[in-house]
Design a protein around this ligand. Structure first.
Ligand SMILES: Nc1ncnc2c1ncn2[C@@H]1O[C@H](COP(=O)(O)OP(=O)(O)OP(=O)(O)O)[C@@H](O)[C@H]1O
Length: 775
C-alpha cells in the first residue's frame, strides 16, 4: 500500500500514473491490476499485431555462422529420463498453448527484491506491482520515488519467478519469435541466482530448457533442431565460451552488421543433458572473481543462445507454389514462402549481465568495473533513446555502436524480439542509490516498443532442412541399391560384396545420426536437470588450478577413449548382423528370419546325430583309457619322486667332498709356500757357507726369525700329521730333523761339510733334489 500515493500519485512514469492509482485500490473493490501491466493475465488468442512496425523495421537476427561439428552435440536419447508426465499447474492453466506469448509489443519488466535479514529495515515497500521507497529513507523535503512495473517479486523461490517472467517468452521462441530474457541490477543483487539458481532451486535457464523439450513433446505436428552457443563480453571483448582461445590474451570475436557474432561456435543439442553439458562447459570458462560485495561476482556479461528451427513434420517434399502459400504454424500466423521449404528460425537469448558497481580496492576489479559500468551506461542510453523515440514518435540516432553489448542486442532491442527484463535489487539502506538507478532503468525499458515477427528461412539457411534433405537423398540411394541388388550382387566378387555391405552400413549409420539430431515429439525425451549441478553456477571454475584442469582433461580423454572402444565394438556387432537394411520391407525381414530359423534347425539336427553316433561312444573309450593309465601314471610319479630324493642326497655328499678337497688344496698351497721359504733359506745358507764355510752364531740367530708365520702355522698345524701319508715329498722330508733343531756345528761335524752345508746326515744338494720332487 502506498498511503501517500493515494492522495498524490506522482509516479515517475506519467503514462502509468492513473493506472497506478487504480492498482492501489484494494482488491476487494474488484479492480484488477493496471491494464497496461496485466497483459499476461489474459493472453490474446490471436496473433500479435505489428503495431510499431512502421517505427522499427524489423532487422533480421544474426543467422548462424559456424556450425562446429554438429554431430558432436549428439547425445543418445535412450540415456535420458522421460519427464513427460511432469505437468505443472501453469501448464493446465495455459491450455491454449500460447503461453501468453501473443500480442507482446512491450518489454515485460519485473523487479526481484532480494530477501534481507530480519534485522535489516525494509527500504522499499511493495504494493502489488508497484514499489515505493519508505519515507523514512527518502531525502528530507523530497518525495519518495515510486515506480510501477509488470511484476514485483520477492522471495527465494525461482520457479515462480520463471513462471512470471520467462515462461511466455520461451514459448514465444518455440513458436518462432526471437526472445530475450535478461537480468539487470547492481552487483550481488541476485542476477545469477535468478538466471541459473542451484540444484534445489533451478533458475530461469534450466527451467527454460525444460520448457523447450516439453514443448517439443507436445507438438507432434512439428520437428525441431536446436543449436546452442554461449559467449561472454569481458572488458569489451567477445569471447566464445564453448571454444575459448588457447591463450588468455586471445582477441575477441567480431560483430558484423546483419550477421551477428562472427565465428561463434554453435553445437546441435538433442536433450536436456546435452544442453546442461554445454552450459557447464561454458560456465567453466566464465570470468568471475571475488569483489568487495560478491564472493563470486560475474565479471562479464554472459549470453546463452538457443537457435530453434522448426517445420511441419512431413513437409520436406512439399514444394510451395510460387504464389504466396500458406503453411499453418502453431500460434496463428501463416507463413509466406518463396517457392522453398518453410522453416521457422528463432533465437532464445538468456543474458546474465555483469553488475554495476562502485570503484573497488582491487586494481584489476576496478578496470573490469569501468568496462562493466560503461557498457551498462550505453545500454541505459540506448534504452532511453528507444523509449523516447517510441513515446514521442521520433527517430533519433540510437547509440547501439557504443558498446559490444548494445551492438549485439541491436536486432532484439530494435524491436524484433519478445523481451523480458528482470531487474534485481538489494533492499538494504546502503544500496538505495543503486536500487533507485536500477528501477529508473527498468521504468525506461518499459517504454520501449517491440514488433517481433516470426522468421522463416529457406533451404540454404536452415540446418534442419539441410539435414532432412540429406536424409532423403541417402534414403533414395539406399532404395536404388536395393532395387539393383538382386542383379548386381550376382556379378560381384566376395570382396566387392563386403564393400557393398559396408557402403550400405555407412549410409544407414549416417541416416540414423542425422535423424537423431532432428527432434520430434516421438523421439525427444527429457532428463532431469541433474541434481548434482553446483550452486550459483560454476563461477568457481575459473579459479581452478591447471593441475585440476589437466586432471579433468585426462578424465575426459579416458572417457572418450572408452566411448570410442564401445563404438568400435558396437559397429563390429552390427556388421555381424544379417545384411539387411533397417528400412527393408517387412516381408524381406520375415524371409530372412525364416531362413535363419531353418539354418538353426539343420544345425540342431547335425548336432544330435553327432552326439548319438560319435559323441557318446568316444566318451566311453576315453573314460576306459583314462582309468587304465591312471595307476601307471601314479607309479611313475612315485618313482620319479624317489629318484629326485636320491639325487638330492648325492648332491649333498658331493658338496661335502668338494669342501674337503678345497681344504686339502689350501694345505697343499701352504706347504708349497713353506717349501719355497726353506728353499730360499737354503740358498742363502749355501752362499754363506761358500763364503765363510762356517756359519757364525749371528747367522743362525738371523736365520730363525726369517720363518714366515705361515710356515710356523703349518709346522704347528694339526694337519702336520698328514705328512705321514705316503706323499713323495713327505717321504723325503719325514726323516729330516727340523732345520731349527740343528746347530751349525752339527753340519760341520759331517765329513762332507767341506762340500756344503749339511742337514742331518744329508747335504743341501740332496735337499734341493727333494724340492725338485715336490715341484
Ligand atoms: N532471491 C534470493 N534469495 C536468496 N539468496 C539470494 C537471492 N538473490 C541473491 N541471493 C544470494 O546473493 C548472493 C549474490 O547473488 P548473485 O551472485 O546471484 O548476484 P549477482 O547479481 O549475479 O552479482 P554479480 O553481478 O556480482 O555477479 C549469492 O550468494 C546468492 O545466492
Amino acid at each position: 500500500m502506498f498511503p501517500a500515493s493515494k492522495k498524490t500519485p506522482a509516479l515517475n512514469d506519467p503514462r502509468t500514473r492513473s493506472k497506478t492509482l487504480s492498482s492501489a485500490t484494494p482488491a476487494k473493490s474488484g479492480r484488477s491490476t493496471p491494464v497496461s501491466l496485466s497483459r499476461n493475465s489474459s493472453p490474446p488468442k490471436s496473433p500479435p499485431k505489428n503495431r510499431a512496425a512502421h517505427l522499427y523495421p524489423a532487422p533480421t537476427p544474426p543467422p548462424v555462422l559456424s556450425i562446429a561439428d554438429a554431430e558432436e552435440g549428439l547425445v543418445d536419447y535412450k540415456n535420458v529420463e522421460d519427464l513427460s508426465a511432469e505437468i505443472d499447474e501453469q501448464d493446465l492453466l495455459d491450455l491454449d498453448g500460447t503461453g501468453g506469448a501473443g500480442g507482446e509489443d512491450k518489454v515485460l519488466v519485473s523487479i526481484r527484491m532480494k530477501p534481507t535479514s530480519d534485522d535489516t529495515p525494509a527500504t522499499w515497500i511493495r504494493d502489488g506491482s508497484g514499489l515505493k521507497l519508505d519515507e523514512a529513507f527518502a531525502k528530507t523535503g523530497s518525495k519518495p520515488p515510486e515506480f510501477l512495473f509488470d511484476k514485483v517479486l520477492t522471495g527465494s523461490e525461482n520457479k515462480s519467478i520463471y513462471d512470471a517472467t520467462a515462461r511466455s517468452h520461451v514459448r514465444a521462441a518455440m513458436d518462432g519469435f526471437n526472445a530475450v530474457i535478461f537480468a539487470y541490477g547492481q552487483t550481488a543483487s541476485g542476477k545469477t541466482f535468478t538466471l541459473s539458481g542451484d540444484d534445489a532451486n533451478p533458475g530461469i535457464i534450466p527451467c527454460s530448457m525444460k520448457e523447450v523439450f516439453k514443448h517439443i513433446r507436445r507438438t507432434p505436428k512439428r520437428e525441431f533442431l536446436l543449436r546452442a552457443s554461449y559467449l561472454e563480453i569481458y572488458n569489451e571483448q567477445i569471447h566464445d565460451l564453448l571454444s575459448p582461445p588457447s591463450s588468455v590474451s586471445g582477441s575477441g570475436l567480431g560483430i558484423q552488421d546483419g550477421v551477428g557474432v562472427v565465428g561463434l561456435r554453435e553445437e546441435v543439442v538433442t536433450s536436456l543433458k546435452g544442453i546442461k553439458e554445454v552450459l557447464e562447459r561454458g560456465e567453466a570458462n566464465r570470468r568471475t572473481a571475488s569483489t568487495d560485495w560478491n564472493e563470486r561476482s560475474s565479471r562479464s556479461h554472459s549470453v546463452f543462445r538457443l537457435v530453434i528451427e522448426s517445420r511441419e513434420v512431413g513437409a520436406s517434399d512439399q514444394k510451395c507454389p510460387s504464389t504466396p502459400n500458406a503453411l499453418a504454424t502453431p500460434g496463428g500466423t501463416r507463413l509466406q514462402t518463396r517457392g522453398g521449404r518453410s522453416v521457422q528460425a528463432s533465437v532464445l537469448s538468456l543474458i546474465d549481465l555483469a553488475g554495476s558497481e562502485k570503484a573497488t580496492s582491487d586494481k584489476e576489479r576496478t578496470k573490469e568495473g569501468k568496462y562493466i559500468n560503461m557498457s551498462l551506461l550505453t545500454l541505459g542510453s540506448v534504452i532511453s533513446t528507444l523509449a523516447e523515440n517510441a513515446s514521442k514518435g521520433k527517430s533519433d540516432h540510437v547509440p547501439f555502436r557504443n558498446s559490444k553489448l548494445t551492438r549485439m542486442l541491436q536486432p532484439s532491442l530494435s524491436g524484433n524480439a519478445r523481451i523480458s527484463v528482470i531487474c534485481t535489487i538489494n533492499p538494504t539502506p546502503s544500496a538505495i542509490p543503486e536500487s533507485t538507478s536500477t528501477l529508473q532503468f527498468a521504468s525506461r525499458v518499459k517504454k520501449v516498443h517491440l514488433s517481433a515477427t516470426r522468421k522463416e528461412v529457406i533451404d540454404k539457411d536452415a540446418l534442419l532442412d539441410r539435414y532432412r534433405k540429406e536424409i532423403e537423398e541417402l534414403k533414395a540411394q539406399l532404395a536404388e541399391r536395393e532395387r539393383e541388388a538382386p542383379v548386381r550382387n550376382r556379378r560381384l566378387s566376395a570382396k566387392q560384396q563386403i564393400d557393398e555391405n559396408k557402403a550400405v552400413h555407412d549410409i544407414n549409420g549416417r541416416i540414423q545420426q542425422l535423424t537423431k539430431l532432428i527432434l520430434t515429439s516421438h523421439t525427444v525425451t527429457q532428463n532431469k536437470w541433474d541434481e548434482s549441478r553446483p550452486g550459483s553456477p560454476s563461477k568457481l571454475d575459473f579459479d581452478r588450478s591447471p593441475y585440476e584442469l589437466q586432471e579433468e582433461l585426462h578424465r575426459a580423454k579416458s572417457e572418450l577413449e572408452r566411448q570410442n572402444l564401445r563404438i568400435i565394438s558396437l559397429e563390429t556387432a552390427l556388421e555381424q548382423r544379417p545384411a539387411i537394411p533397417l528400412d527393408a520391407p517387412e516381408y524381406e525381414k520375415d524371409a530372412k528370419i525364416l531362413e535363419l530359423q531353418k539354418m538353426l534347425r539343420e544345425l540342431e539336427m547335425v548336432n544330435t546325430r553327432y552326439e548319438e553316433n560319435l559323441g557318446s561312444p568316444l566318451r566311453a573309450v576315453k573314460e576306459d583309457v583314462e582309468k587304465e593309465w591312471k595307476g601307471r601314471v601314479e607309479a611313475l610319479e612315485e618313482e620319479a619322486r624317489e629318484r629326485d630324493e636320491y639325487v638330492r642326497e648325492c648332491e649333498k655328499g658331493l658338496e661335502k667332498e668338494k669342501q674337503a678337497k678345497n681344504k686339502l688344496i689350501e694345505q697343499n698351497q701352504a706347504l708349497i709356500a713353506f717349501v719355497e721359504q726353506i728353499d730360499s733359506h737354503i740358498s742363502q745358507r749355501k752362499s754363506t757357507v761358500t763364503n765363510t764355510l762356517r756359519p757364525t752364531n749371528s747367522f743362525l740367530s738371523s736365520f730363525k726369525p726369517t720363518l714366515s708365520p705361515l710356515a710356523e702355522k703349518i709346522i704347528n698345524s694339526p694337519y702336520r700329521s698328514n705328512l705321514d701319508s705316503p706323499s713323495p715329498m713327505k717321504l723325503q722330508l719325514r726323516p729330516q730333523p727340523s732345520l731349527l733343531d740343528q746347530t751349525p756345528e752339527d753340519g760341520l761335524e759331517d765329513p762332507d761339510a767341506s762340500f756344503g752345508p749339511m742337514y742331518g746326515n744329508r747335504s743341501v744338494l740332496s735337499l734341493e733334489e727333494d724340492k725338485e720332487n715336490i715341484n
